[in-house]
Ligand binder design. Structure first.
Ligand code: FAD
Length: 294
């Protein structure tokens, strides 16, 4: 079922994100992860464009998304970034997606790299969303949003003004950057509501399973570590098994609270980790099913 239809049929969506392999030739490990995730029956699985801030293996995104659809009958979403790309390149990507029956795209700007070319065709994700919408209105266009504001935005007000532009350009569904403090998400949702932004917003949740990973993530996206998470890291960070358990428990609690608040969707950054994703999904699914069935 197309995601547009899912949104009208379900009160809460549950989705997951996977990334392509970082090294050439290791796509089988990603397929193995997806094989493990399939039985969790997420509403959709999104596939990043590049992995962990790297721009390599981008050509694998459509291939992996296509397998998710054809082998496991799960709706895929292709992430697509535009910075440095030409209109013709984007046109070819969209055509490749359509040939593979993929009509859901997460339209992103991409990170600015000092060495990479910015190109002339696209400056912001709103330019990409507008282009996709004009090229083919059949695409369900999703976008990113930032409960703690995008690191480059001068203020939250400016970021939300730009979010309006993105939505006017054709984005009809948002996924948040990862966050660890639900209070930031609630404050963000209040602001969106006041500004008249009412498209569905899925909360992006990343389980912290080791100390190194959180340090990298915080540097990359600037998420605040609340005191409760910090004390878990201080206490268990040097013991991998304990940190993993504490991180999984934290993510489950975070999701339970978001569900009670009335979130429209949970997007789990799976990091291609089947065991962790399975444990979290099995713990939160009874609440999601309850909400969707009542
Ligand atoms: P934009 O929406 O363009 O926003 C970037 C900055 O520009 C913000 O400060 C915003 O306020 C400002 N801005 C936006 N529109 C305008 C406008 N019209 N005029 C003036 N200013 C404007 N990166 C990847 O490389 N591959 C991925 O697969 C990937 N997946 C992601 C998935 C999610 C859910 C998220 C949250 C991020 C993802 N990223 C990915 C990272 C993303 O590319 C970076 O966060 C990037 O820095 C910004 O992308 P964006 O689409 O939010 O940009």
């Amino acid at each position: 079922m197309n995601i547009e239809n899912l949104l009208s049929n379900k009160k809460v969506l549950f989705s997951m994100e996977v990334f392509p392999p970082k090294k050439a030739g290791s796509v089988e490990t990603v397929y193995k992860s997806i094989y493990g995730l399939r039985s969790l029956a997420p509403d959709f699985i999104s596939v990043t464009y590049g992995a962990g801030g790297s721009t390599t293996q981008r050509e694998k995104t459509v291939e992996i998304a296509s397998l998710i659809k054809s082998e496991y009958a799960i709706e895929p979403v292709c992430h697509l970034t535009c910075i440095g790309a030409t209109k013709q390149e984007i046109r070819e990507k969209l055509s490749d997606m359509k040939k593979n029956g993929i009509t859901n795209v997460l339209a992103l700007r991409g990170d600015m790299s000092p060495e990479g070319s910015r190109g002339n065709d696209f400056a912001h994700s709103s330019d990409l969303a507008g282009f996709i919408h004009e090229e083919d209105p059949e695409f369900h266009i999703m976008g990113a949003c930032y409960p703690e504001k995008h690191p480059a935005a001068a203020s939250m007000d400016e970021d939300i003004k730009n979010l309006h532009i993105k939505i006017d350009a054709g984005v009809s569904h948002l996924i948040t950057q990862l966050f660890f403090d639900n209070e930031n998400f609630y404050a963000f949702m209040d602001k969106l509501h006041k500004e008249g932004i009412d498209v569905p917003v899925e909360a992006g949740i990343m389980p912290v399973t080791n100390k190194g990973q959180i340090e990298r993530m915080v540097t990359m996206c600037g998420a605040t570590i609340p005191p409760k998470m910090q004390s878990l890291i201080d206490k268990f960070g040097d013991d991998n098994d304990c940190m993993k358990k504490a991180g999984i428990d934290y993510a489950i609690e975070q999701i339970d609270e978001l569900l009670a608040y009335g979130v429209r969707g949970i997007h789990l950054y799976s990091m291609n980790q089947v065991d962790t994703t399975k444990e979290i999904t099995e713990a939160v699914m009874p609440l999601i099913n309850h909400i969707n069935n009542n």
